[in-house]
Design a protein around this ligand. Structure first.
Ligand SMILES: C[S@@+](CC[C@H](N)C(=O)[O-])C[C@H]1O[C@@H](n2cnc3c(N)ncnc32)[C@H](O)[C@@H]1O
Length: 250
């Protein structure tokens, strides 16, 4: 096994959960400048800033506002997002000198980061096909050669949420993107991915989980799969309606 793969396997085997995995990664690479795309209530930012002493600059990029064209369960009303921003600021106040707030969608604020400035980007914003393609294409030039892009919601099905939401396409799009840029990509546990922006290397897909054998989308639209998703969504909606009725009655 090559040196890089060996070190990745080591911090994977030691990790307890998603955030712990990234803490170990950031510490092992000595990451100094990074962006988190999609910050929400600031839980990830708080842990990383607390547990990763090498970080000098941490961009927090999020619109913290309702997005009428983002059909995902994390979308909230404006006032809720306003309180999430306050919560994030409070949780990360201890690292005021390191954090930089970029309030806006990726397309609105990405130019505030210089090209080749970052060692690492963590993409956890809009996971639809539109979102992940905009994020990867916008962030890639911001990463210095030898740097990294990681991200969340890399699932082996596009039907992460019920059929009333837009599908999640981080997988397989991130793999296609790495192939287009001719760089390695790793599938990690906890639904995470990692792209290595190393101009000396070429495309390879290393699946450390054994879950991502099939890159095709056709299987996701087979009638059997579609009805399975519809029925599960219907059952979940039914259960929610029943529990609301129960709450009203009792
Ligand atoms: C799943 S949450 C992020 C969770 C956070 N990274 C954590 O681990 O605690 C997704 C966030 O993405 C943000 N988002 C949605 N569309 C976006 C876009 N186009 N650009 C940047 N952020 C976006 C939302 O406002 C939301 O706060």
């Amino acid at each position: 096994m090559k040196h890089e793969e060996h070190s990745i396997q080591r911090w994977i085997s030691q990790s307890r959960d998603r955030v712990d995995l990234w803490v170990r990664f950031i510490n092992s690479k000595g990451i100094q400048k990074m962006v988190e795309v999609g910050v929400y209530r600031g839980d990830f930012a708080e842990r990383i800033l607390k547990d990763c002493p090498s970080i000098r600059k941490y961009y927090m990029l999020d619109p913290w506002r309702h997005l009428s064209d983002w059909n995902k369960p994390a979308n909230q009303k404006d006032d809720v997002f306003e309180s999430f921003l306050k919560e994030t600021l409070k949780k990360t106040d201890f690292a005021q000198d390191k954090r930089i707030i970029l309030r806006g969608k990726t397309t609105e604020v990405i130019d505030d980061i210089a090209n080749d400035e970052l060692d690492f980007a963590y993409i956890d914003g809009d996971h639809t096909l539109r979102g992940i393609s905009i994020d990867l294409l916008s962030i890639y030039p911001k990463i210095k050669p030898g740097g990294w892009i990681g991200g969340d919601d890399f699932h082996n099905t596009i039907w992460q949420h019920s059929s009333s939401f837009e599908p999640t396409m981080v997988f397989p799009y991130a793999v296609y993107f790495a192939e287009a840029m001719n760089v390695p990509i790793y599938a990690l546990p906890y639904g995470q991915f990692l792209i290595e922006k190393d101009p000396e290397k070429s495309f390879s897909f290393k699946d450390t989980t054994g879950k991502y054998q099939n890159f095709t989308l056709q299987k996701e639209f087979l009638p059997r799969k579609y009805w399975q998703v519809k029925l599960t969504s219907g059952r979940k909606r039914g259960t929610k309606i029943l529990s609301k009725i129960r709450q009203l009655l009792f």
